[in-house]
Write a protein that binds this ligand. Structure first.
Ligand SMILES: [Zn+2]
Length: 216
């Protein structure tokens, strides 16, 4: 679902506001943010990965459509392998595309992943981790809510889960299934949470009206 540029720029501006406050002394002007968003990266996106469990690092290049060269594909299979069984699988291209999107937006930041491919006995038969289409991650210094809302608003054929207690986001691609959003809290999934409804409630006229001055 492509977004109108003005909305996406607005979203980026709010995301960047927090980022610039933390990392850079100079505020990024709105025009620069809009240009950044309007133009897609010409080449593959540098994705810095850090494995929360095994404490290994990976620096890979992934195209915005989620494709990679074969060496990178091998590296990703190793990085995202199942912790229990040590089996490897290729994470689905649509999921890697979302990862590249996030990496592109927060260039220079590291994506700390908690879990990806999972094929152990305890993993449910329907788990997107078992299908090798899911990644759980966080980005230090970036609000989980910002990443969550961006991905849910931008993509269809996806699952997006928010784990505020574990401090990570779950993303998966599920092209044959309904979009699914949830918050995991106190041991339970709560589906169709308020944030998902808000993130997809795009009312362009209201957004435009914000910039119009009332008659004096
Ligand atoms: Zn997950």
């Amino acid at each position: 679902m492509p977004l109108p540029i003005v909305l996406k720029a607005k979203l980026m501006a709010s995301a960047m506001a927090g980022w610039t406050a933390a990392a850079a002394p100079i505020p990024v002007p709105a025009e620069a943010v809009a240009t950044l968003v309007a133009g897609h990266s010409a080449g593959p996106v540098a994705v810095d990965l850090y494995d929360e469990n095994d404490h290994q690092k990976g620096e890979v290049a992934i195209w915005r459509d989620g494709s990679t060269d074969s060496d990178t594909a091998d590296q990703l299979r190793l990085l995202f392998r199942c912790r229990r069984t040590h089996r490897e699988a290729t994470i689905s291209q649509a999921t890697l595309a979302m990862l590249a999107d996030v990496a592109d937006q927060y260039q220079g930041k590291t994506i700390e992943y908690v879990s990806a491919y999972r094929v152990g006995r305890e993993e449910s038969a329907t788990s997107p981790h078992r299908r090798a289409s899911a990644i759980d991650f966080r980005i230090r210094g970036v609000q989980l809510r910002t990443i969550r809302d961006h991905l849910w608003r931008t993509y269809t054929g996806v699952g997006v889960g928010w784990y505020p207690e574990g401090q990570y986001i779950h993303i998966d691609s599920r092209p044959q299934l309904h979009d699914t959003s949830w918050t995991f809290l106190h041991g339970n999934n709560r589906y169709n949470p308020y944030w998902a409804e808000l993130a997809r409630r795009i009312e362009v006229p209201d957004q435009v009206a914000v910039h119009q001055r009332p008659p004096s």
